[in-house]
Design a protein around this ligand. Structure first.
Ligand code: SF4
Length: 240
């Protein structure tokens, strides 16, 4: 008898969860089940809050396979000058003759085209480093002289440190002092002219001396001749 009672109880329990109660009555709606299951008992019903549904709109760059499949193209705002296209077109027109110094003497023209690619790249690198410091003409002249001596990494490593470096200061002062046989028009010319007579052991020292002298006393525009110790010697002292 006990086994039969248990079976009946289980049968009723299952019926409560699924559709009909088995006695012809329909189950109460979900909200009333607790009431139906435990009449007379107070139950805390969870407060259901209405969830706000937020839509997140995602735009992304569609791949070729996704195009025209309802995807939004990614729009990135990038600043650009208003008239740059027309300005660039005008510059192309003005530069169409390709007759500026950079066209013949720019760093990319200063390498030995017959040298191995590695050496070419090294020479271009050196030319770029020089061109950031001086005019294209000066870069071209310096590169020409360096290449004449064999411009490779190995040759540079074997180079004698005792070299005469001539920049605009050395060039200017050498001419004011008439340290060149005749007036020279570029630092390259000045370098050649100085190397003809200036003792080699002074080359490394002269550059530092004259550059600083040019920055402090023998200035490019208004040299301070009155304070210069060479004012009675210098042929140019009266010129300023
Ligand atoms: S005298 Fe004048 S121009 Fe001549 S070296 Fe001196 S500062 Fe330069």
């Amino acid at each position: 008898m006990k086994a039969a009672v248990r079976m009946v109880t289980r049968s009723q329990s299952q019926a409560t969860g699924f559709g009909s109660l088995g006695n012809g009555e329909e189950p109460p709606p979900p909200g009333n089940r607790e009431v139906a299951a435990g009449k007379g008992r107070k139950k805390h019903r969870p407060v259901k809050r209405q969830r706000k549904v937020q839509k997140l709109h995602v735009a992304y760059e569609a791949s070729d396979g996704e195009k025209n499949e309802g995807t939004d193209p990614l729009e990135v705002t990038v600043w650009e000058p208003r008239d740059w296209k027309q300005e660039l077109a005008n510059i192309r027109t003005m530069r169409s003759r390709k007759d500026a110094p950079v066209d013949q003497l720019g760093a990319e023209h200063c390498y030995d085209s017959s040298a191995p690619p590695k050496v070419q790249r090294y020479q271009v690198l050196l030319a770029l480093m020089l061109s950031s410091q001086t005019k294209d003409q000066v870069t071209a002249g310096a590169m020409q002289r360096l290449r004449a001596r064999g411009l490779t990494v190995d040759s540079i490593l074997q180079t004698d440190d005792n070299t005469l470096a001539v920049d605009t200061h050395v060039h200017r002062i050498a001419n004011r002092l008439r340290w060149t046989k005749r007036m020279t028009r570029s630092p390259e010319e000045t370098c050649i002219a100085l190397e003809e007579w200036l003792p080699r052991e002074l080359w490394s020292e002269v550059n530092g001396l004259l550059v600083g002298f040019g920055q402090q006393i023998c200035l490019p525009v208004h040299p301070r001749c009155q304070t210069c110790l060479n004012k009675t010697l210098c042929p140019s002292a009266q010129s300023f």
